[in-house]
Design a protein around this ligand. Structure first.
Ligand SMILES: [Zn+2]
Length: 143
């Protein structure tokens, strides 16, 4: 495993975001990929113990999570903006579309899974970003 990746995963925010994505992917995969063979995620992040509950997802979602872990770990922005508001498109197209689907599906549903606070924070940040974008054409939000 890449040492830099392991070091970055020790960052509280990186671990938190990664865990959140894992939970979102589980909600999405259970809703959308029912019938697909699901298995516990065997990614580097999972091996490092980043996830509180190791996500049990299908192969496609596992690929997305393994990819997302790396993108999150090596995100060059400090503080990281919400990906939707970021001007750097670091995801390749297929992964970006898959992630957008996950967010769209799991975001509202995550309210029922104890993520009301994150959802609320995201909403506030979205508003702030829209305001900032309107004023200066740039948005930089913590996320
Ligand atoms: Zn899936």
């Amino acid at each position: 495993m890449n040492q830099r990746f392991a070091d970055r995963m020790k960052d509280r925010n990186v671990a938190h975001d990664t865990r959140l994505l894992g939970d979102f992917a589980v909600i999405y995969c259970n809703g959308k990929h029912r019938g697909a063979a699901q298995a516990p995620l065997g990614s580097d992040g999972a091996r490092l113990g980043v996830y509180r509950n190791v996500p049990v997802v299908c192969e496609t979602c596992a690929e997305l999570l393994a990819y997302a872990e790396k993108r999150r770990a090596f995100c060059a922005k400090h503080p990281k903006p919400f990906c939707t508001h970021c001007d750097t498109h670091c995801y390749k197209t297929a992964m970006r579309e898959h992630m957008r689907d996950v967010m769209r599906y799991a975001g509202p549903r995550s309210m029922f899974h104890g993520y009301a606070i994150q959802g609320f924070r995201h909403l506030l940040a979205s508003r702030a970003a829209r305001k900032a974008a309107g004023a200066t054409g740039a948005a930089d939000n913590e996320g």
